[in-house]
Design a protein around this ligand. Structure first.
Ligand code: FAD
Ligand code: NAD
Length: 465
């Protein structure tokens, strides 16, 4: 059996693992990374990147359809659009391939050794990797578990046949005529909206009494309106029961307790993600768990000295940028630098239509934390740039502590607001006050102008409403 020794071993080359390995390599740490499938993890191969590529295709198709049906208010007409979904998927796969190569190049540049195969703990310092050329033993002073997450399967609706996960939805060769989406969270609504724009008749079945239960009703209101306009039927308070007898649809229990069958060519199940720990040999370690996730402290340390865990395997929020930030931090800790998790906020974005951004505390969270609040909200209906983009739905909302006027949270819903997350994140991280934001000149005409206007509204003197 081949033996490798190193200072740092990273298991899993998703955004958490590969960033950790690159930073460790930059710091001169002798680092090995093990990956059982493709470099880049869920995010790059079957998550963030491919989903955003397909959302873009759907947006372009919808714009072309609007022009063809004479629905644009500015008089644009065009011939009926046609989409070759196979070509769109091939384009998306090309982007993924380029990024895969990019990650491999970055790891090589940082002098990280890449081992392909499935890793299994033998003990707290030793991992065995099953590679194509046989098992390899890796001994490391520090080990980072970055094995990520996988879709949750409903026992009565297992994946296979016409029941698909997000991975299957991103690889379809044709648009299903009728798509039933089980779970109205991030993935269900991002992909459900995209397929509705591509022409599918979409029905969303959500167990809770509202879609995107993480966000408040003010933020999700414009999404619900748009889903209705796209012809998407949203059934909240509804339970999936199982496939119909002929497997040509889904049986559900509606909010009023009645059974209903929803005909479907594909059933997309997006009811959350679970940590990937099967076959990792965790029984050979003594880790504290948080349900099925690995429990970590503020330095991403586990209950065993020298073993860290980062990213989705440690639970919510399951976001690529959180995994990357944890990976970078752990590499610096292993290098002996004084680091701990002291982030004030992690931006969350839902790439629906319109998009939602949230950083820091929502009004309800801030109230529950005992703060007296000043809240300012500015509508995109009063923003020139939003009007010129034909996207007046939505607003920016700033939540601040009364008295100190420290900004505690910022939320927005609107077309293209994902790009405002950088400004929002910076404001929270730098400890900005309402006056700091109101006093920053924002270029005109931009969506960003709604940000200081919301701060001025909280201060009692918005200029444009
Ligand atoms: P992963 O990316 O899951 O990577 C873990 C890696 O470890 C995998 O490559 C896996 O093969 C490998 N591995 C597992 N076990 C072993 C083993 N025993 N040995 C060797 N290798 C192993 N997040 C966002 O922030 N923005 C988005 O827009 C977004 N969109 C998404 C869309 C979809 C459809 C999905 C599914 C997810 C999306 N996410 C998004 C979430 C994002 O993909 C994850 O938060 C992110 O990938 C987590 O990174 P990670 O490094 O923790 O794990
Ligand atoms: P999610 O937690 O966002 O949504 C799951 C939804 O399914 C919830 O609304 C839940 O109430 C519902 N649900 C659960 N069981 C159900 C059942 N039996 N029947 C009907 N509805 C049911 O999970 P997801 O959409 O699968 O996404 C998984 C993770 O991936 C998220 O936690 C998120 O962090 C990450 N993600 C992020 C982005 C982004 O950042 N834009 C995009 C996609 C995914």
């Amino acid at each position: 059996m081949t033996e490798i020794t190193c200072k740092l071993l990273v298991i899993g080359a998703g955004p958490g693992g590969y960033v950790c390995a690159i930073r460790a390599g930059q710091l001169g740490i002798d680092t090995v990374i093990v990956e059982s499938t493709r470099l880049g993890g869920s995010c790059l191969n079957v998550g963030c990147i491919p989903s955003k590529a397909m959302i873009h295709v759907a947006e372009e198709f919808e714009k072309a359809t609007e022009a063809a049906t004479g629905k644009t208010p500015f008089g644009l007409t065009a011939a009926e659009p046609k989409l070759d979904l196979k070509q769109a998927v091939a384009w998306k796969d090309g982007i993924v391939q380029r990024l895969n190569n990019g990650v491999a190049g970055l790891l090589r540049k940082a002098k990280v050794k890449i081992v392909h195969g499935k890793a299994r703990f033998r003990d707290g310092k030793t991992v065995v990797v099953e590679t194509e050329t046989g098992p390899k033993t890796i001994q490391a002073e520090a080990i980072v578990i970055a094995t990520g997450s996988a879709p949750v399967e409903l026992p009565f609706l297992p994946f296979g046949g016409n029941v698909i996960s997000s991975t299957g939805a991103l690889a379809l060769s044709e648009v299903p005529k009728r798509l039933v989406v089980v779970g109205g969270g991030y993935i269900g609504l991002e992909l459900g909206t995209a397929f509705a724009k591509l022409g599918a008749k979409v029905t969303v079945v959500e167990a809770q009494d509202k879609i995107l239960p993480l966000y408040d009703a003010e933020l999700t209101g414009p999404i619900s309106k748009r889903l209705t306009a796209l012809g998407v039927e949203v059934l909240t308070g509804a339970k999936a029961l199982g496939p119909t007898a002929k497997s040509d649809g889904l049986r559900i229990e509606t909010a009023d307790g009645k059974e209903r069958s929803l005909p479907a060519d594909k059933i997309l199940v997006t009811v959350g993600r679970k940590p990937v720990t099967d076959g990792l040999g965790l029984q050979n370690l003594v880790l504290d768990m948080d349900g099925r996730f690995i429990r970590i402290g503020e330095r991403c340390e586990t209950a065993m000295r020298g073993i860290y865990a980062i990213g989705d395997v440690t639970g919510e929020p399951m976001l690529a940028h959180r995994a990357m930030a944890q990976g970078e931090m752990v590499a610096e800790i292993v290098a002996g630098l004084p680091r701990a998790w002291d982030k004030r906020g992690i931006a969350a974005i839902c790439f629906t239509d319109p998009e939602i951004v949230s950083v820091g505390l929502s009004p309800d969270e801030a109230k529950r934390a005992g703060h007296e609040l000043k809240i300012g909200q500015f509508p995109f209906a009063a923003n020139g740039r939003a009007m010129t983009r034909h996207g007046e739905a939505g607003f920016v909302r700033v939540v601040a502590q009364a008295g100190s006027e420290l900004v505690l949270g910022i939320q927005a819903v609107g077309q293209g607001v994902s790009e405002l997350s950088a400004a929002f994140g910076l404001a929270i991280e730098m400890g900005a006050t309402l006056q700091d934001i109101a006093g920053t000149i924002h270029a005109h005409p931009t969506l960003g102008e709604a940000f200081p206007e919301a701060a001025m509204k909280a201060l009692g003197h918005a200029l444009h409403i």
